[in-house]
Design a binder for this molecule. Sequence first.
Ligand code: FES
Length: 177
Amino acid sequence: MTTDAEGGGSRRDFLNIVGWTGLGIGAVAFAWPLVHQMNPAADVLALATTRVDISAIAEGMNVTVMWQGRPVWIRHLTEEDIQTANAVDLNDLRDPEPLEARVIQSPWLVQIGICTHLGCVPLGNRSGEPRGDFDGWFCPCHGSHYDIAGRIRRGPAPRNLDVPPHEFVSDTELLIG
Ligand code: FES
């Protein structure tokens, strides 16, 4: 048989448990929006990667896509491009990189279309634009010339055009980011 004291104690324990449980739920409920807002939003995640159908990019063609607010250039290299790039003596380069170090799957050259000097967007990715002294890309801001592998050959830019993280999901689909 339960005494009043025992019964009162049991009720207090029950109220305490309910009270702490309520506080716990309240704390989680309070913290959840804070934790949740620290997760990247779905639209941010979507912008973190860019998928490109490369099936229609013919040999010798350049295409520009946007990735994380930056232009990314995709060039379908020709056999002549590859031979020209491979014929360059790496000792002549400011930022020595063989073509194969810049291309994860030939014949696709994927690079960020931003000059590594002060961040202008060079010319040469659209047909009819000047391509510089090395038949690649040319930044008119201060005169940086890049070759057909995106390597700096002349002018103030300190390094080659950056290659973004990317992979080929299939023969026709490129994933950037
Ligand atoms: S920003 Fe391209 S040469 Fe200066």
